[in-house]
Design a protein around this ligand. Sequence first.
Ligand SMILES: Cc1ncc(COP(=O)(O)O)c(C=O)c1O
Length: 420
Amino acid sequence: MSTLAIRGGRAVYSGTWPAWPIHDEREVERVVRVVRSGQWSWCGPEETEFRVAFRNFLGAKHGLCVTNGTHALQLALEALDVGCGDEVIVPGLTWQATAACALDINAVPVLVDIEPETLCIDPQAVRAAITPRTKAIIPVHLYGCVANLDEILAIAREHNLHVIEDCSHQHGSEWRGKKVGSIGAIGCFSLQASKVLNSGEGGFISTSNDRLFERLDSLRNCGRHAWQAAGGGDAFPQSGNFRFTEMQAALLNAQLSRLPEQTALRDENSQRLNRLLAGIPGVTPLLRREQVTRQACYAYCFRIDRQAFAGLTRERVCKALHAELNFPFTGVYEPLNRCALYRPQTKRRHRLSDAYWAQIDPKRFDLPECARAFDEVVTLGQTALLAAPPAMERIAEAVAKVQRHAHELTAWEANAAAGA
Ligand SMILES: Cc1ncc(COP(=O)(O)O)c(C=O)c1O
């Protein structure tokens, strides 16, 4: 009989894990109050409270609630006057929205490779991708690592480029003591259901620049502008409705009250896992740079050397771990040059010209580190990091067990294939 749980052996842990989202009477009371108030949208008291509380949490001068993280990125580019024909540099490993936001404003998303140690955008690759048409860089603070902001900001200064931080995975990470989202020109956050701060759907934009704030406020609200109505300020561009509801804000005010404590626990547990996994053959935790003074985690990632796992695929390792721990393990995003959900050339409105059509073809980009990460990086979702610290020992025990007994699975698979 096999030792591994996936082949019928005894699992390391078969109990339960924290559920998500976490909620209690705080959410219920606030949502009920909104329903009874009759003010369900349009910058009511819940939205104002959240806007101020979250921007203060981030240490940014301004904050705005918007429909979702995808729109936050699109509006950020528009506020910075990035548009037709401009190039926007984005990492090849991210959720497709980081690149698609550039398509939505007729700009060209330029996909670049990642640092293998952090899975975040590689500053050297950014430097190599700059052309006279480059207008902005969107570093993504991905899963459980912060992008190398020192280098990215230096490159941006040198070439006069805008930096928009995509913080959809990191509500509360700090770089040199400053919260991400308050460091580049604009910070963009998704508040979608799986995120560590969420209202089911939603987005947030932070900035400390007064002029950008005015433009963003107008862009999210059909081009309306309070200052203009009062007879001052410039005319702002045409826009649409990217507003938010009071119900979303009510949920977020309650969720935000738990965020600092949850972030501290995830950070402690991720550092604990880094120490525990570092001793297992063929396992490499990702790099936590010394500039990172607080790490928020949307997921915890580690790299495997497949040779040390008897040649098993990353997918098989994930399945074997799932069986050991009763918790799903997955890989990272599909690289954007082959991602099933990033196919710019399937949309007729992107056919602005033959030249543009060719520029937005994701296959023209070479992303070897993104491809390697897809094959070698194992991720586990943030809720595992909300378990009590001894659970991290069970996780490490399971990884060590799968590594030690990986040959049983390859032998079984070889026999099954031979018998088939
Ligand atoms: C890195 C990243 N950027 C942007 C987004 C888009 O956010 P939303 O789904 O709220 O539109 C997501 C959502 O998953 C994301 O993970």
